[in-house]
Ligand binder design. Sequence first.
Ligand code: MN
Length: 492
Amino acid sequence: MTIERIINKFKENHPSENAAVLEKAYKFAAMAHEGQLRKNGEPYIQHPLHTAYILAEIKADLATVTAGLLHDVPEDTRHDLEEIKKIFGTEVSNLVRGVTKLGKIKYRGIERYRENLKKMFLAMTSDLRVIFIKFCDRLHNLRTLENLAPDKQKRVAQETLEIYAPIAGLLGIGRLKWQMEDICFKFLYPDQFHDLEYKYEVERKVERNRFFQKIKDSFIPKLEEAGITYEIEARFKHLYSIYRKMQEKDKQFDEIFDVFGLRVIVPTIDDCYKTLGIVHTLWKPKPNRFKDYIAVPKPNGYRSLHTTIFGPEGRPAEFQIRTKEMHEESIYGLSAHWYYKSKKERNNYQSPSWVKEIIEIQKEITNTTELVKKIKLDIFRDRIFVFSPRGDVFELPEKSTPVDFAYAVHTNIGNKTSGVIINDKLGKLDQELKNGDLVEIITEKNRLYPNKDWLKFVKTRRARDQIKQFAKESTFQSFKRFLPGIKQKSSK
Ligand code: MN
């Protein structure tokens, strides 16, 4: 890797910016790391160079790429943060400080795991760009993982799969998530990885290309007839997501129907819907597989139309239809979020609400195993958006129920819940809510306590905790009636 390549990559995305500081940061880092070698024998400076390049690829801004070049200087060399601050200013030195605080990868048991998580989320609440640097640093370390001892390889891969990749997903940086996952998959489950790789890349390649061609043959003339300019790519799922699907649904490779997918990129939102119309005219859609993430985007900002159809020979295929801008957002996520904003809007690097939620969980739970379990349960699950009758939007974990929604609105509403109307129809309290549902909770004024049976199906920590608390209280209250000496506390 060379600094010229990084500058060129950066200039592709930010043509009008003066990138001279990158050259300066490179020279400083090269001088500081002089004589240091990586495990594979190459000069250490190659690592910060690669990190900075990946940052430039995900459209990070100038300060972030600069900090990427300098990220290992304070920890590994005689040059400290003060010096970096003097030469490169506060913004860059704060970013480097943030990355340094996150520390080196020294995963030792569950306590270390907890510390890592905690530091990472704290960094996120101050400046998300620190996390982008850490992710790119990790990705390059993964790419050179074969130089480490096998047990260390497995530890790093496991930690990445459990912490880094899900966070990258939450931040919408699909590109980093997929790359991390496939590398970790290879190191953690080498046999399964190579088996799938062979099936996918070798055995099925011809068949896949033939199927793709058939679809294109009937699809393209219709697009041209409608005057829509398009880009079509066969969307090959990454191997880890196929593997995970096979595990989750306990299915064989042949049964994973949406292995085959197509992505259609068109100029405008209007074209997206027109294209969807064409797809549905040509092939029969599979029921319940259509998702409009343009009208109701995913919480991480993802937008697209998804539909699964029965294609040629009755074989199912999944279409994703989106504009160029949506496509870029899906790859670069929040890392490119500010890229699309004007300079004036760009000074806010605040993190999304779920980050604050994690900080709250951290404060409450000190038992590590429990903490990791909760975070996996509450945060790393996919999120949905649900609307109240007033049009307020609530973000909930996937598979949440109306009771979870009620508690998200207000504890009092949760406690007094007696029924629910979903999209103008009477619903059940334990049914799963879907992205975009309009939910109206029916309350019973005189009700004091929630139903303990709700604990069997609620998905959020908030609902669970509240129900438990009131369940305890209600038992106590009814018990107290038999103890005349105790003064009745007014109930909440
Ligand atoms: Mn590093």
